[in-house]
Design a binder for this molecule. Sequence first.
Ligand SMILES: Cc1ncc(COP(=O)(O)O)c(C=O)c1O
Length: 395
Amino acid sequence: MSISRALAQAMEGSSWIRRMFEEGVRLKERFGAENVADLSLGNPVIEPPPEVGVRLGELAASPPAGWHRYMPNAGFPSTRAAVAAHLARHTGVAYGAEQVLMTVGAGGALNVALKGLLDPGDEVLCLAPYFVEYRFYVTNHGGVPVVVPCGPDFRPDLERIEAALTPRTRALILNAPNNPTGVVYPGEDLDGVARLLEAASRAQGRPVYLISDEPYRAIVYDGATVPWPVRHYPETLHVTSFSKDLALPGERIGYLAVNPASRDAARLVGAFTFANRILGFVNAPALQQRLVERLLDVRVDLEGYARRRARLLAALEQAGYEVVRPQGAFYLFPRVPGGEDDLDFVRRCLAERLLVVPGTGFGTPGHFRLSYAVTDRDVDLACEALVRVAAALPR
Ligand SMILES: Cc1ncc(COP(=O)(O)O)c(C=O)c1O
């Protein structure tokens, strides 16, 4: 075989994504893109906030000297200092520039963290439903993903987590607001997870890390707030990006921050910085670092998301779908009605010109994910299609 067997297997395992994507392209060619509701992607259709354009204009009008050059692998000192000050203000934890590493999105940060932590065979707990890429990110670095299902309300199931911890566990990845469920974990859940990781760390004689993946932190509704995991568990690696809160996913900019009170903070940052270099990222994009440095408290206008969320929730509930009402992100993760297989259900949706993602892809069959980072028209078409699909299901 011309390519790695492991990669071929991984590609085959996720080929449903490609098949769905191809089916979507076919539907759009046949019926016109405006007549297909594509709720399958977390790729925001809204534009970034106006401050992004203003700041880009300022940078272009008076470019800093040498602004396209390489820089230290961890990023510009001024950007790292701004991020640290931002985190310190919000968390009350005394982050300094030296604990921040600028990365190629949250995806880059997760790979850097896992590269820095894992030896072959080390285990990483991933709570299901999980972001599709976690399993690949863990295996990229010789690790073993261990899937731990959440409870029925998609909150961490502490008993299952406890049962999954072994002497090989190096980290647990937590993601809230969650993709695909939108659920925000309350502080008591973080306390519960912290107690388990503390016990596991004591048993191992070394920290078991909490990798907190938070690209949706700023996208919340109904006045919800997202607790900061680092305030509950000191060995937390905070990972985030500007892909969702500034709607800049194509610009590939994010960061990783190590708690200054972490037992081995300096060594960790050193390892992650080296990983950033040798994974070929070298450094996060220079222009984007300059951009976000001044926009750390800016976020997209949430009104459009809130409107689409309310519309979809109302339509789903009216049509009899069972759905957890989440507080954040821009996804809903309803149960497939009547206990039907989620891949079959997604095919029914395709026949109604609606593209959604089966729960199987997130390690949680029997559900489907809707993204409302789409236009109002897409949401309208989706609501109509969901009603038709529910009505046609066998009783
Ligand atoms: C939970 C989660 N983590 C990480 C990422 C990767 O984001 P980025 O574009 O910052 O690499 C995504 C993207 O959709 C996500 O949903």
